[in-house]
Design a protein around this ligand. Structure first.
Ligand code: RP5
Length: 170
């Protein structure tokens, strides 16, 4: 069996430290799907499978990936190590794993020393969804189809925000 799953034409690679991150990161995948972004999802832990992570990250650009989204909890070094292994933009999703309500994960990602950045999102579902949108916005800089999808997504969201089912006049 291959070390990790690859998807033809994938523009975004979603990595997570454990399958236990999937209930949250499934929202990233669903949002990328909504935005029409081909992506691939893998569990590749920085500490449990460091050589697999190196192989994935060092071949990411040549395989056509534009952005990597990395989710981890606890001492969440996955995003930082991935950022060290590729110059592709890394978006970090801190998981609320088992203690400190995810503050440990947030600080592990946000407090990268200078030189190797990780663009860190909010803890949990909000960050998982925003990582997908931000990845799309990065890709939209050079892809008109994705740009249209991002604009449509934002327009739908604005319309939905306005609705108040059951309230007078709505
Ligand atoms: C991290 O430790 C994972 O990203 C996960 O958030 C957390 C717990 O992992 P499991 O012990 O559930 O596999 O590496």
């Amino acid at each position: 069996m291959a070390e990790y799953v690859t998807v033809d034409g994938a523009k975004v690679g979603v990595l997570m430290g454990s399958a236990s991150d999937w209930p949250t990161m499934e929202k990233t995948s669903q949002t990328l799907e909504k935005l029409g972004i081909v992506h691939e999802c893998n569990v590749i832990s920085a500490h449990r499978a460091p050589r697999r992570l190196e192989s994935y990250c060092s071949t990411a650009e040549e395989r056509g990936l534009k952005v990597l989204i990395c989710a981890a909890g606890g001492a969440a070094h996955l995003a930082g190590v991935a950022a060290a292994l590729t110059h592709l933009p890394i978006l970090g999703c801190p998981m609320n794993a088992w203690s400190t309500e995810g503050l440990d994960s947030l600080l592990s990602m946000a407090q990268m020393p200078k030189g190797i950045p990780v663009g860190t999102l909010a803890v949990g579902s909000a960050g998982a969804i925003n990582a997908a949108i931000l990845a799309a916005e990065i890709i939209a800089l050079s892809d008109a189809t994705v740009r249209d999808a991002v604009l449509a997504f934002r327009a739908d969201q604005s319309a939905a925000t306005f609705e108040l089912p059951g309230a007078p006049g709505h």
